[in-house]
Design a protein around this ligand. Structure first.
Ligand SMILES: Cc1cc2nc3c(=O)[nH]c(=O)nc-3n(C[C@H](O)[C@H](O)[C@H](O)COP(=O)(O)OP(=O)(O)OC[C@H]3O[C@@H](n4cnc5c(N)ncnc54)[C@H](O)[C@@H]3O)c2cc1C
Length: 604
């Protein structure tokens, strides 16, 4: 029988990105013992890659901004299927969370009079993103990490959790392995916070790192929690398209926020050709007005390049499909044109977008101060995730909380850029606070040793099958290819039904994959175990996407291209039925209180 080390914590946080760190800090401040587990080294979580900024209505650059405008922008961006209570809490609390981050040592870019500088971003009415050049995530992680260490959190790095354990219907612990030596680890905990990020690795073209295999979504689902909104996957309009080895790497929306424009191979700014009715009154109708907006003219409206990501992505796909794309299958994103308007444009671009300058110089040999970039859509974010209570972040499983990208509700059908980093801070804090309260209210449950043995057996199965069968990477690549082709930016019933058949056969193949070698430093083994998560979230996305027979936000159906009022009143829920099947249902969205309705009406 395999052996494992055992650790005891009141609250266990799984994930050390912005959400996990913020939750751990808050739980620790409540006086409970906190363990923090992460797959990579501390400081390497995906949050570190965040570029453009944190959305919060601080009103430092435009004093017309306030929580009501931010709330209305978030609901409009999410096409009104958001959890309105989460959107309200987020808009109200984000400014305090940003100021708190500053008090803990984060050094933001400044306005001329020394306040936190804010920049324009898609779907935000006013400049709202607090930022540090285009390396905001790095500063955020550095600050939270320092604070977390100062608070005395126990960190278990390079450890993957593969199973949640339950007792009397509540979570009682988690089981995992350390990635270096392959030794098993058992964590006993009174409450658990999932903060594991997204699912982007289920797709072939993605801006997401290797860690994004949908682990938290699957751990929660397997433990009996509900998933919500899984059809809403965000395809960011601007990923690199060339050279092939870097395809999918993100080109921040900050480029467009600073004045970058999208053009097709005819040199036309095609975004002016398709401005949705919902945004017409807020969008510039000529190039000069758009430029003035990016330079801080309060009388100007934002350029159409800063429409929401779902819409910009679809416009780009249309240009490419209709033969007006760039040589390598994208469109052009040009910020070098600013030289026509600013005397020191090259220096200005390098100062505002240092990472983008280096990214293109080093990876594509392009100088963005002199020539346009080639860009195209890339799988970036999932709006769907664990269904949680808006105030406490607890899932439908007692003691199991979720925050950050692996939780859902705040973004509805489409996330506005910058709203993730603020989501991590607002709801990470809340999850930590309520998980600590939950832990303080109860004794530790006993661990069911059969659940642990079963998890150990499952984790070792790929070794028992050895190298005779198929390797895990073939199955992973086939899955990514299929999701990209059949459940991508434009979806159809026939293709998604084919995807379901494909998923069933990939599941069979996954159950037969084997690996060689031993448990030490064995990436093939890790990939074999990840397959269960990738297949589970892919099935959840596909089934939810089949169920939503309309187009809304990140979910576009070629066979149902319009919005349907009836679907605007429901969320799609996925849960594991008693017999192990994936069950899909519809849940009505609770009615919004009148005062919030009025806020939305006022901002229209
Ligand atoms: C290139 C890029 C730029 C972005 N820029 C912005 C931006 O400017 N503004 C914005 O708001 N959003 C931005 N986003 C989105 C944002 O960065 C993410 O949504 C956010 O950082 C997710 O944070 P998180 O705390 O939920 O998860 P993460 O930061 O991804 O952390 C997840 C953690 O969970 C751990 N983990 C996962 N599975 C397991 C497991 N099984 N066992 C143990 N640990 C596990 C990981 O190791 C990691 O520590 C950007 C995204 C990308 C890809």
């Amino acid at each position: 029988m395999p052996e494992h080390e055992t650790f005891d914590h009141d609250v266990l946080v799984i994930g050390a990105g912005g959400a996990g760190l913020r939750a751990a800090i808050e739980a620790s401040a409540a006086g409970v013992s906190v363990g923090l587990v992460c797959k990579s080294l501390l400081g390497k979580a995906h949050t570190v890659m965040a570029e453009g900024g944190i959305a919060a209505a601080l009103a430092n650059v435009d004093d017309r901004d306030n929580w009501q405008v931010h709330f209305a922008d978030t609901m409009r961006g999410g096409q009104y299927v958001n959890n309105w209570r989460m959107a309200e809490l987020h808009a109200k609390e984000a400014p305090d969370r940003v100021r708190e981050l500053e008090a803990w040592g984060a050094l933001f870019d400044r306005t001329a009079d020394g306040r936190i500088l804010q920049r324009n971003f898609g779907g935000h009415r006013y400049p709202r993103l607090a930022h540090v050049g285009d390396r905001t995530g790095l500063e955020m992680i550095r600050t939270l990490q320092d604070r977390g260490i100062y608070m005395g959190i126990d960190v278990h790095m390079e450890c993957t959790i593969v199973r949640l354990l339950k007792s009397a219907g509540r979570v009682s612990g988690a089981f995992g392995y350390d990635r270096e030596r392959g030794r098993f680890k058992l964590f006993r905990a009174k409450a658990i916070v999932l903060a594991t990020g997204g699912i982007g690795r289920a797709y072939k073209i993605t801006s997401n790192s290797w860690e994004y295999t949908g682990d938290g979504h699957t751990l929660a689902y397997d433990a009996g929690a509900e998933l919500i909104d899984m059809e809403f996957v965000q395809f960011h309009p601007t990923g690199m398209v060339w050279p092939p080895s870097v395809r999918g790497i993100l080109v921040t929306e900050g480029v467009r926020g600073e004045g970058g424009v999208l053009k097709n191979n005819l040199g036309r700014r095609f975004m002016f050709d398709d401005i949705p009715e919902l945004y017409r009154s807020q969008t510039a109708d000529n190039e000069d007005e758009g430029w003035r907006y990016t330079q801080g003219d309060k009388t100007a409206r934002r350029p159409p390049e800063l429409l929401t990501r779902d819409h910009v992505s679809r416009c780009i796909v249309r240009e490419i499909k209709e033969g007006r794309g760039s040589p390598h299958g994208g469109v052009f994103l040009d910020i070098s044109w600013m030289a026509q308007r600013l005397p020191n444009a090259a220096e200005h671009i390098k100062k505002k977008l240092p990472s983008m300058y280096h990214q293109f110089k080093q990876l594509a040999d392009i100088d963005i101060t002199r020539e346009p970039m080639e860009v195209g859509p890339t799988t970036h974010y999932i709006m769907g995730g664990v269904r949680v209570d808006a105030d406490s972040q607890m899932s439908s499983v007692p003691g199991l909380f979720a925050a950050g990208e692996c939780a859902a509700g705040i973004n509805g059908a489409n996330r506005l850029g910058g709203n993730s980093l603020s989501d991590l801070l607002v709801f990470g804090k809340r999850a930590g606070e309520f998980a600590a309260k939950f832990a303080q209210s109860r004794k530790a449950d006993p661990i069911d040793s059969r659940q642990v043995e079963e998890a150990e057996y499952w984790a070792l199965e790929p070794f028992a099958r050895g190298t005779g069968g198929e390797g895990p990477y073939q199955v992973q690549y086939a899955l990514q290819e299929m999701m990209q082709d059949l459940v991508g930016i434009v979806r159809n019933e026939n293709e998604m039904q084919r995807a379901l058949e494909g998923l069933a056969s990939l599941r069979e193949r996954a159950q037969k994959v084997g690996v060689g070698g031993n448990r030490e430093y064995n990436p093939g083994w890790h990939a074999a175990l990840d397959l269960h998560n990738l297949l589970t979230v892919s099935a959840a996305v596909t089934r939810s996407a089949i169920e939503r027979r309309e187009s809304r936000g990140g979910h576009f159906r070629g066979d149902y291209p319009d919005k349907d009022v009836a679907f605007g009143k429901i969320n799609i829920i996925v849960r594991k039925a008693q017999d192990g099947r994936m069950e899909v249902s519809r849940a009505p969205i609770p009615e919004m209180p009148e005062e919030l309705e009025q806020v939305i009406d006022k901002m229209k």
